[in-house]
Design a protein around this ligand. Structure first.
Ligand code: GAL
Length: 491
């Protein structure tokens, strides 16, 4: 497939220096689950336990084999002409039990160096090829040892995460200037600790998400302050965290109750995490009052949504250098009164959420309804709600089923429309959008969907032990967009 072409003057040109990226995450691509002394993480444990919680009980023991095949990934990155590549560090590859205490005891042991060298090589190779790394410290793969001690449910994790973050800033921060501390704390809180769909696999409806969100927000803020006070001056980088957020619109735009319901839904999906960090150190008032009232009715002595102390609020407020958001889909919301007994975060806000049946889905049974205009709305919402921050879209993508055709013309059409919406957001809505990362560089292990859901720009043949990477048509088209810093289109 050819990787170049020139656009004519109907092109929609993006601002100079716009970042065109793609993203991956350690557990989803690396494999080498126990190679060279890597400690187990919660996904290793969860997938090894079986129990049909993951599609066909698949694991990421091998995945795309990126731990042993970095050069092949780099080839894809260069072929695309990416300006930025986002990847995550495997916490338990660097610190097998999750704590820096372990490293201090062992000193420069062979096992430790293996993990560090792998990421050093990635970072050095990217920079040598003019690609800026954006590094995520933690993308769902908590070291098992930490989970065994309560994981995100315990406040002690805040210090442990901070120590890990400092270790990474100190080791890689001379070259890495864009950091994401925690990937999608909101997805993690809801999928892992509220619903039990992700490890540790134990549902805690009504309490798990709030409790763990609380600790994740504090952990992020503490790590940001460590960067600010110990590393920023010398390293001059930027630190944030990445939120998953749908756009949620009122089911009936003319209905005031639906409008209010949509606002509450956005508050739960995004503002619960973003408002403390970007505005004032505290949760949205509407959530505080809804959860407190509901908790009271249910016989709780205090609200199920914990409170930050004044000191914590001061620490959390302003603890991010840019706004990172990951968009996949849009939903509609309408008011729906909850019966008092039901413990469930979504029910706390008296909202029913659903897709418009006329929206296309990216693949059969997918949760992703393809709504490119929703991303523009979301960006405008972030601009208006959070004082026009610099925004990076750190993930956006559309899965195909398995097997997936290399000629993914329809999928590219979704990407094309999405990029057109980004252009409108920048030029018509004056959103300070700085970059866009496709999820994902490679087909990979899609959490509970295993390998059945293919998000890659590159197809990976998981049945072939060499795990060859082949570009989809979307990769070829994306390369043209990057090369021309724009697309053909109309407003
Ligand atoms: C995000 C997550 C990624 C990827 C993607 C597609 O929520 O950060 O790891 O799986 O969704 O579902």
């Amino acid at each position: 497939m050819a990787f170049s072409s020139t656009l004519n003057h109907e092109e929609l040109t993006f601002p100079e220096g716009f970042c065109w990226g793609a993203a991956t995450a350690a557990y989803q691509v690396e494999g080498g689950w126990d190679a060279d002394g890597k400690g187990p993480n919660v996904w290793d444990t969860f997938t090894h336990q079986g129990g049909d919680r993951v599609f066909r009980n698949q694991t990421a023991d091998v995945a795309c084999g990126s731990y042993a095949r970095w050069e092949e990934d780099l080839k894809c990155i260069k072929q695309l002409g990416l300006t930025h590549y986002r990847f995550s560090l495997s916490w338990s590859r660097l610190l097998p039990d999750g704590t820096t205490g372990f490293i201090n005891q062992k000193g420069n042991c062979f096992l430790k160096i293996e993990g560090i060298d792998y990421y050093n090589k990635m970072i050095d190779d990217l920079l040598a090829n003019g690609v800026t790394p954006m590094v995520t410290l933690y993308h769902f793969d908590l070291p098992q040892h930490l989970e065994d001690q309560g994981g995100w449910k315990t406040g002690a994790i805040v210090e442990v995460f901070d120590a890990y973050a400092q270790f990474c800033f100190g080791t890689f921060g001379d070259r890495v200037k864009l950091w994401i501390t925690i990937n999608e704390p909101n997805v993690l809180a809801f999928c892992a600790y509220e619903k039990g769909l992700f490890p540790p696999g134990i549902p805690n409806p009504g309490t798990g998400a709030y409790q763990t969100a609380h600790n994740m927000i504090k952990a992020h803020a503490k790590a940001w302050h460590s960067y600010d006070s110990l590393f920023r001056k010398k390293q001059n980088g930027q630190v944030s965290l990445a939120f998953f957020s749908p756009w949620i619109a009122p089911a009936n735009p003319a209905s005031v109750t639906d409008q209010e319901a949509a606002k509450r839904a956005m508050a739960l999906a995004l503002d619960l995490f973003a408002k403390p960090i970007f505005i004032d150190g505290d949760y949205p008032a509407v959530l505080k009052s809804q959860v407190a009232a509901m908790s009271k009715k249910q016989g709780y002595l205090s609200s199920r949504l914990p409170e930050f102390t004044e000191e914590e609020k001061r620490m959390i407020k302003g603890s991010a250098d840019f706004f990172a958001v990951q968009y996949y889909t849009t939903r509609l919301a309408k008011h729906h009164e909850n019966s008092e007994k039901e413990l469930n975060c979504l029910k706390d806000i008296d909202v029913e959420i659903f897709p418009d049946p006329s929206w296309q889905v990216s693949q059969q049974d997918s949760w992703i309804h393809v709504v490119p205009w929703g991303l523009r709305k979301l960006l405008k919402y972030i601009k208006d709600t959070y004082n026009n921050p610099v925004i990076y879209i750190t993930e956006n993508g559309f899965p195909q089923g398995d097997p997936a055709p290399l000629d993914d013309t329809q999928r590219w059409e979704y990407f094309r429309q999405t990029i057109q919406e980004l252009y409108k957001a920048i030029h018509l809505d004056e959103v300070s959008l700085q970059g866009y990362y496709v999820w994902s560089l490679l087909d990979n292990f899609e959490w509970t969907e295993g390998y059945s859901s293919r998000f890659g720009l590159y197809c990976v043949d998981f049945d072939n032990p060499d795990l060859p990477r082949t570009p989809y048509k979307s990769a070829v088209e994306y390369a043209k967009v990057i090369q021309n810093n724009g697309i053909k289109g109309s407003l």
